[in-house]
Each structure stands twice: as structure tokens, then as C-alpha cells.
Design a protein. Sequence first.
Length: 157
Amino acid sequence: MAKTAKATAEKVSANPLGRKSTPRSSGQVPQGDSGVPAPARHTSGGQVEPQKQVQSVEFPEATGNEASGSPNKFDILLDMSVPVAVSIGQAEIPVRRLLQLGPGSILKLDKPIDEPVDLFLKDAKFAAGDVVVVDGRFAVRIKQIIGADAASDGQKA
């Protein structure tokens, strides 16, 4: 079954300048779908913009049950990279202290060293783990994957 978008259709003719215009009698006022006069559009130069043509259109009804594409349609998503952020802790300091920070300053964080760090995808916490060193670089050993319900409760502040 197809649904129809109802609108009025008017005949359109081309004027000598190549623009489309709607033929009207001298006293006729353009009207919209509801029979109410359509508002005139004015350009920045004060000229009246010609009315647009309106037509009826039929749209096929989509069921959503039809399979389309290949069975591996998500393969392109599986190869995409996403940024993961690791939070080792936070600190809240007055602006006066912030302005005093410089090379060699130490900023004490709120998280104890033996507590796991939080991993975030966008602003949603999705895992917890321990900081380790691999080939001279920081890394995180995942200890726990957090479910969707818990992730929305523990979002990054």
C-alpha cells in the first residue's frame, strides 16, 4: 500500500527570462494546501520571489523485514578505529594553584595506585583495568568489561 502526500499542483509555464512562473488571473491570490493564501517571499532587494511548484508524490511503504546487501554488511564497521581514553584519576585545584604549576610540579590525583583505571569510549565508561608497561609504552590490562546499564550510570564527569 502506498501513502500519498497531498498537495496542490499548478500548471507552470516558462517566461521569456527562462524562469518558471505560475499563470494567474490578475486578482488571484496564491493559496497553500489549506486554502489559506501562501505567504509571498521577498528577496533582500525587495523583489517578490516567484511561487514554487507543488506536486503530489507517492511513497512506497517500507516493511523493514527485507534483507538487503551482503551478509557481511558490518565488515566495514569492524575495521574502523575508535578512540579509547584511559583515566588514571582526577584532581580539583583552585585556579591560583593551577597558575602556579610548572615544570617539576606534582599534581596529586584522587585515585589510589592499586585501584584500576577507567576506559572510556566517547564519554561512556566501558571497562576497567590495570596500567602496565609493554615494549617501553604504557598499556592497560583489561580486568572488567562494564555492561551498557552500568556504563550509563558511571559516565565521565
